[in-house]
Ligand binder design. Structure first.
Ligand SMILES: [Cu+2]
Length: 143
């Protein structure tokens, strides 16, 4: 009963956020036994107002955080972001080597081609539910 209620709520917030468009959402498939992975997507703000992402969650992971890669003393490091600001009309890329949703402690093994739901929280207290496809590392091959 509780689950159904949550699902209905997410459908409603999905309508409210129809002007925030998430495309190409993927979760990186890693070898079995690797507990953490990352999600990537492109998020476009077609609304009239600035949207600020402040967090993420996913049923299939213990914890989800917004991360970015930054250079510290010539070393690439990941750092949690407390906010990601997306201005009206702007598109922000979550991509390997940059912003990503870090997914800690996978509760179940993911399989290639599977769709998983990730929820993004905005500063105004709403959730954007995205559907991400599990994809092997070949999708993000280095050149
Ligand atoms: Cu990370």
């Amino acid at each position: 009963m509780f689950r159904l209620f949550v699902l209905l709520c997410s459908l409603v917030t999905g309508v409210i956020h129809a002007e925030v468009i998430v495309t190409d959402a993927t979760v990186r498939l890693l070898p079995p036994g690797v507990p953490n992975t990352a999600a990537y997507f492109s998020i476009q703000n077609s609304s009239d107002t600035t949207q600020i992402l402040i967090g993420a969650s996913a049923d299939f992971a213990t914890k989800a955080e917004i991360h970015n890669h930054i250079m510290v003393n010539d070393m690439m490091r990941m750092e949690q972001q407390s906010e990601v600001v997306i201005k009206s009309g702007q598109t922000v890329q979550f991509a390997p080597g940059g912003l990503h949703i870090m997914l800690f402690g996978l509760k179940q093994p993911l399989s290639e081609g599977e769709s998983v739901a990730i929820s993004l929280q905005t500063k105004d207290g709403e959730s954007i539910i995205i559907s991400a496809k599990v994809a092997g590392p070949s999708v993000h091959k280095h050149h």
